[in-house]
Every structure is written in C-alpha cells, then in structure tokens.
Design a protein around this ligand. Structure first.
Ligand code: GLC
Length: 449
C-alpha cells in the first residue's frame, strides 16, 4: 500500500506540477495575445460627450463640487440636442488621425446614459432634447471603419437615488447600514453593463471613479468575470481597483519609462475633458506631437481626448490637431505602430523606438542641431543604413573615436539635409545588422596604438 502511494506521488506530482506550470504559461501567452492590438495601436481617441457641453461646464464635477445645483445642472438636458451630430463624420475624423481605437463616455459620473437604456431613467432618448439613442450610430460607424471600440463607464452614479454619494457634501448612506440599497444599485449597474455588452460587444472597458469604493464593495472581481464571459479577449483599463490589464496615467506624462509593460496616457487637448467654450488653453499640434512621441518612446499609447459640442460638432481646433496627427502618422507609420520602447538617453539625446524585431532603431528629431548632425553613441552593431522615414533619403555617416582593436563602438554622426525635415518630428531609421546591441561598459585603456 505504502509503496503504491509512493509510486503515485513519484509519478503524478511532477506531472501535476508541469501541467500547472503549463497552465500559467499558457494564460500568460493568452494575455499577451489579447493585449497585442492594444500595444500596437499607439493612438486612441477619447470622447467626452454629455449634457455638460450645453453650458460648457465641467463634466459631472460642477454639481458634485457645488458650482451649480444638481437641478440646474440637469436643466442642460433640454439643451442637449445633437442637431448636427454625424457619427460617420466622427468616425472618419478618428480614422484619419491614425488612431486605431476610440473610447467614448457612455455614462459619466452624472449618470446620463448616451444610449436608450432599459434601466434607470436618465438617458438621451427619454430625457434629452435629442430624443435619440446617440451611441448606436457611433458604434456602427466605428465598426465600419475597422476601429477598436472602448466604452467608458463611470462606476459612481451621483444621480441614482440608491448610489452612496450625491455631492461632495452629501453622502447618502453607509453601505454597512443599508446593504439592500447598495445591492439594488449594483444590480442596476450590472444590468446597464450587460446591456452595453450585449448590444455593442466592446473590445475595451474603460472604467472610471473606482476611488469611491473598494474592490469588495464594487464587486470588481465578479464584475470583470461577468464581462469576460464569452468575451475572453476583452481588455480592462486600470480603474477597476486592482483588476485592470494596463496602467492609466492621466494628464501627467510619466517622467521615466513606466515599469509596466502596458500603459496608456489619457490626455486633454486643452485643460478640459468635456466641451468648455471658456477653456482656450489649447495645446498646439507641435505640443501634442511632443506628448505623442514621448509616449511612443516610453512604450505607451496616447489616448487623446476630444470634446464635441452639444449640437454634435467637433471644435475646429480639435479637428486640426487630429488632422496633423494623421498626416504625420501616415508618413511615419513604419516608425509608429508595432514599435517598442526605445533605448536609454545615454545613447541618443532624444526619443527613440525600436521595430518589433529590434533590428531597426528609430530616432525622432524635433530640432535640428546647428551643424545638421545628430550623434549616436555606444551601438555595438554595424549600421547597414540610415535613412529618413517617409522620405527615403539615405544619410551620410561618420564614425569617430573607434579603433579597430577595441570593442568600443565609437560615435556615429549622421547628417540630416535640411530639405528632408518634417515640420514636427523628422524620423531617422537606423538599420542594424541584427538585433540591437548596446555597449554598456566604460571605455577600456588604450593598450595599443
Ligand atoms: C477623471 C475625472 C473625469 C474624467 C476622467 C478621464 O477621473 O473624474 O471627469 O472623465 O478622469 O480620465
């Protein structure tokens, strides 16, 4: 008997362990597979559209922070007409910017739903001047353009009577004192989310506002499972307590390269998420390019926000930024999509990325030095060719500080003719003889001459 048990342990345990290991390995593989389109997308367009665009005040926060009463805030419903809304035009503008995905606010913290929800009683069909479901035409147009769809959904609903908070001064109840009320709210939330899932089958869930409750109160884990059912490849942003798939920094571009493999910087074009006519602090196309290229070189995605007006038109200044991005993306597509984070600044004083196979290094040159030359340091590979992306001009190189008997690779000066410069960033492709090898030793002694 003892011997049989020992035999079983001897043979089965290693089998069990290796099958478990395989399971973990496979699920890691599955994870990187599901994240593939996201990590290659690089640019997404965020859309904040809601009744706050009528007065041009801050989305939801304006009543939460009591700059306006809740009832006056809600009067904006009567002005939210979407008279000139053209979902096809929106989708074309997004497509032309070079973005590969979009994220739209289906419901912000104010609780106003952009679709004709069967649940709750605050949506664009029943309550707003538009008297229509505004989400469905948008989703259709996005799908027709082969773009990935992200749905933003606010976990807090400051208008729903069974939600805990109403404004920053009014907390309606503590969950432990009124668990039934909280359960009722969660049921309502799950119904709305299931409805969105069933109708639109998004590629990405973009949650917001998780800070108001912990994972246990939100039931974040089971919510994620519920939304993953029959949609195994759906992606979650990080604002679902600890249950997200990638990091979601907001407005502040990371100073250092984030450690996490997948991340997305969400960013306003001016200083507001929703349309505010008074906010004229627009970032110029050049400044948006600075943020974009910095994000690319750090291996992230830029989720750039636009804020349509209440009639459904996109402000001209915002359209211009998207157009400029589109022109640049088209010209430089080989140096944008599918690239990986670049090399340390010690090797090149500027943003860089690497091609997927790591055999091409891309240098992003914003300002041209006075002698028209840029310098690369400590690249151990042979450089087969340097050329201007989207233009094709092959560039002259000069290698300095290299001696034949030492492995120190020296400095490579590359000259960029003025005629090849892009108004934003000129991209130089450095084609290597294999995967990039960085020289990371200090230089050795001169032993021979
Ligand atoms: C913040 C704000 C919200 C905005 C969001 C976008 O969480 O609460 O108003 O929609 O960021 O990332």
């Amino acid at each position: 008997m003892r011997l049989t048990i020992l035999i079983i342990i001897y043979f089965l345990v290693p089998f069990y362990i290796s099958s478990q290991e395989k399971k973990i390995e496979e699920s890691e593989n599955d994870f990187s597979k599901k994240m593939e389109w996201f990590s290659e997308a690089k640019l997404g367009i965020f859309i904040h559209w809601g009744i706050y665009s009528v007065n041009g005040i801050s989305e939801s926060w304006s009543f939460f922070n009591e700059y306006i009463s809740h009832s006056d805030y809600m009067k904006q419903l009567d002005g939210f007409g979407a008279e000139k809304y053209d979902a096809k035009e929106w989708a074309n503008i997004i497509k032309e910017s070079g973005a590969k995905y979009t994220v739209i606010t289906t419901k912000h913290h104010d609780g106003f739903a952009l679709w004709n929800s069967k649940y709750g009683n605050l949506n664009s069909l029943i309550n707003s001047k538009s008297k229509s479901d505004l989400l469905t035409p948008f989703v259709k147009a996005i799908r027709n353009n082969d773009l990935k769809l992200g749905l933003y959904y606010s976990l807090p609903d400051w208008s729903y009577e069974d939600y805990t908070f109403h404004t920053n001064k009014i907390k309606r109840y503590e969950i432990e004192n009124q668990p039934k009320r909280w359960k009722k709210f969660l049921k309502f939330r799950d119904n709305q989310l299931n409805e969105l899932k069933k109708r639109y089958n998004p590629d990405l869930w973009w949650f917001d506002g998780d800070w108001e409750h912990n994972a246990e109160e939100w039931k974040s884990e089971s919510l994620k499972k519920q939304l993953q059912k029959n949609s195994h490849n759906v992606i979650f942003n990080s604002r679902l307590n600890a249950y997200g798939d990638y990091e979601t920094p907001e407005i502040g571009i990371p100073v250092y390269r984030p450690l996490s493999k997948y991340w997305e910087l969400c960013m306003t074009i001016n200083d507001s998420w929703g349309y505010q006519q008074n906010d004229t602090n627009y970032k110029s196309p050049m400044q948006i390019m600075d943020l974009y290229v910095d994000t690319l070189s750090k291996g992230g995605n830029l989720l750039l926000n636009i804020s349509p007006k209440s009639d459904g038109t996109i402000p001209e200044q915002q359209k211009t930024v998207l157009k400029e991005l589109g022109r640049w993306n088209k010209k430089h597509s080989s140096a944008v999509y599918s690239t990986k984070k670049g090399i340390p600044y010690d090797h090149f004083y500027g943003p860089t990325t690497l091609s997927k196979d790591k055999r091409t290094l891309f240098l992003y040159v914003r300002d041209i030095p006075k002698d028209n030359k840029i310098v690369l340091k400590g690249i151990s590979n042979k450089i087969n060719r340097a050329y201007v992306v989207g233009n094709g001009t092959v560039l002259n190189k000069q290698v300095l500080c290299k001696v034949y008997w030492n492995k120190y690779p020296g400095l490579t000066y590359i000259e960029i003719p003025k005629e090849t410069l892009d108004p934003y960033y000129t991209v130089i492709a450095i084609v290597l003889d294999g995967q990039i090898k960085l020289y990371n030793k200090e230089t050795g002694a001169i032993e021979m001459n």
